[in-house]
Ligand binder design. Sequence first.
Ligand code: PBG
Length: 324
Amino acid sequence: MHPHRRPRRNRKSPALRDMVEETRLSVKDMIFPMFLIEGQNKSEEVKSMPGIYRYSQDLLLKEIEVCMKLGIRTFCIFPSISEDKKDSMATESWNPNSLYNTTLAKIKTLFPESCVMTDVAMDPYSSDGHDGIVRDGRIINDDTLEVLGKMALAQARTGIDIIGPSDMMDGRVGYIRQILDEEGYSDVSIMAYTAKYASAFYGPFRDALDSAPKFGDKKTYQMDPANKREALIEADLDYSEGADFMMVKPALAYLDVISLLKDNYELPITAYNVSGEYAMIKAAAEKGWLDGEKAMLETLLSIKRSGANAILTYFAKEFALLQK
Ligand code: PBG
């Protein structure tokens, strides 16, 4: 008995394996999330994210320059806000002179060829630590839209390329799109966090920004991990409200959702390989339980293979360094 068809023949050498490779990673696919803090000449490693730092503006700009030289062009910046600037309406989020907005402007002035994505959500600025306005323990959707609109407009005025609403309020993509268009920013893109799940994998990110909810959880606005068809409802809305990209977040536990959106929509699909996914690999690698580099590459490949066009990942720089 000799098998007639032998899949192993296509695996017999590196040259052949490379030739039949269906998915390839490139630094061009990657968006690098970075954390901004107040102060000068400060870089603090996030304890639960070895290799990832919170940078003051001066060092963030230097780090972006280093990354650009490695071929990373797209950056997503998140601000860490001191407690004294937080309030229930996230007022600091639409302050044109905030550290965040002035930093965005500087990045675009110094590195005009970079592509800068922002975060739109109240949680880093909110004394409640929630993504929406809180009243009597509830998240008030439609009043929150006004805050998100002001925040997005202030960001657009800095010259950034992509607005990233990560808040999961209903109607926010359309609301932000309309304000941007009315104010003359029809070229600014929106990357909607379309299927964002109420996930345990955001823990290290909340450490990095001190943005954990002060009470309760985010289950009334972020999606239930049990649900997949509901992602199609969110996607329909974001599509019709004018999103330019649709994101699935987290990535690893939701590869089926990435694939579902890819099969059903023509818009580019992005995936957020979140902080907890990064931390898991780093922790296991530090213990010597996994080969961290191989696990990173396999993880990123799986996300792309499932249908993501681009990946927000804390591994972007490490990946870029490997290519050199
Ligand atoms: C909040 C926001 C979160 C992340 C990005 N934007 C956390 C949350 O929803 O609580 C998480 C990203 C990560 O874990 O890497 N608007």
